[in-house]
Structure formats: structure tokens, C-alpha cells
Design a binder for this molecule. Structure first.
Ligand SMILES: [Cu+2]
Length: 160
């Protein structure tokens, strides 16, 4: 067995230290404690996103709660946003005996979520690119043929 000199042992320790430091810096960004942001999709009699502008930062985990308290279904659609985020999961939960119970989890790239009246969905995601997604909209049509977007259901997501 070759004898290792003290000098090379230090070299190995430094190399290992650098390697584990790099691993810590990278880590699994999708396993952080999430920052929760709630977006209201419509409100009784109004087709709008509240807030209509979201600001997120790259590298942080967000739990985007899409809550529909209105009496119409609504979409949360932004092709640009979908290209700038990594989706950990989309989750649907339900209150059962006062506790939230997860009904389903969806994994993989998400482009659009529809939330039914009185329901909500959680989009867990990590923004990976900075930019401005100005195409947030709901394209559901009302009885007279106008889309909710035409009635003002538009929004913007800024990732810094
Ligand atoms: Cu809508």
C-alpha cells in the first residue's frame, strides 16, 4: 500500500471540501420550504386575477395557490411562465374534518390549470429563468362569446 504524504492528504481534503461545498450550493431547490402566494381567480361578478401582477425570484420554491371563489370556472394560463419554471407538482387538496387531505398530485411540465368554482389547486414550482410573462390570461368564454381575458382577466408574472 503506498504511503500518502501529508501534503497530498491535505490536497485530498481540500478537493473533498470544495466538492461538498459545490453540492451544498446546488442542492435540491425543489425541497426548500415553500413561499406561499395565493392568487384569486375571479370573484363574484368579476373576471380578474387578484393580484394581477406577481413577482417571483429564480431558485426559490413557491406554492402558488390558485383559488377560485367565484361561480365560474377559470384558467390560469401563461405559456411564457410555463417555459420559465420547473414544476415540482400540482396538488389538489380538500378539507376533511378540518384537515387538508391531498386528493391528487400531478408531476411534469404544466402549461395551464383550470380551477372550478369554489375550488383551488396548488402549483409547486421553482422559477429557473428571469423575465416577464405578460401573457397570463383566462380564455374561458362567457355565454355572449366574449372571453374572460377580453373582460379583463389578464395578468403578468415577473421573475427576477
Ligand atoms: Cu376566467
Amino acid at each position: 500500500m503506498p504511503k500518502r504524504s501529508p501534503r497530498s492528504a491535505i490536497g485530498v481534503a481540500v478537493a473533498l471540501g470544495l466538492a461538498s461545498g459545490a453540492a451544498l450550493a446546488a442542492g435540491d431547490l425543489s425541497r426548500q420550504a415553500p413561499i406561499e402566494i395565493t392568487v384569486d381567480l375571479g370573484s363574484p361578478g368579476k373576471h380578474e386575477f387578484t393580484p394581477r401582477q406577481l413577482r417571483l425570484e429564480t431558485g426559490k420554491l413557491y406554492k402558488l395557490v390558485l383559488r377560485n371563489g367565484s361561480s365560474d370556472p377559470h384558467y390560469f394560463t401563461s405559456h411564457a411562465f410555463s417555459q420559465m419554471v420547473f414544476t415540482r407538482k400540482v396538488q389538489v387538496t380538500q378539507q376533511q374534518s378540518g384537515k387538508p387531505v391531498t386528493l391528487a398530485e400531478f408531476k411534469g411540465a404544466i402549461r395551464e390549470i383550470e380551477v372550478y368554482p369554489g375550488q383551488s389547486a396548488e402549483w409547486w414550482l421553482v422559477p429557473i429563468a428571469a423575465g416577464r410573462a405578460s401573457d397570463l390570461r383566462c380564455d374561458i368564454k362567457t355565454a355572449d362569446g366574449k372571453s374572460h381575458a377580453e373582460l379583463g382577466m389578464l395578468g403578468e408574472i415577473i421573475i427576477e
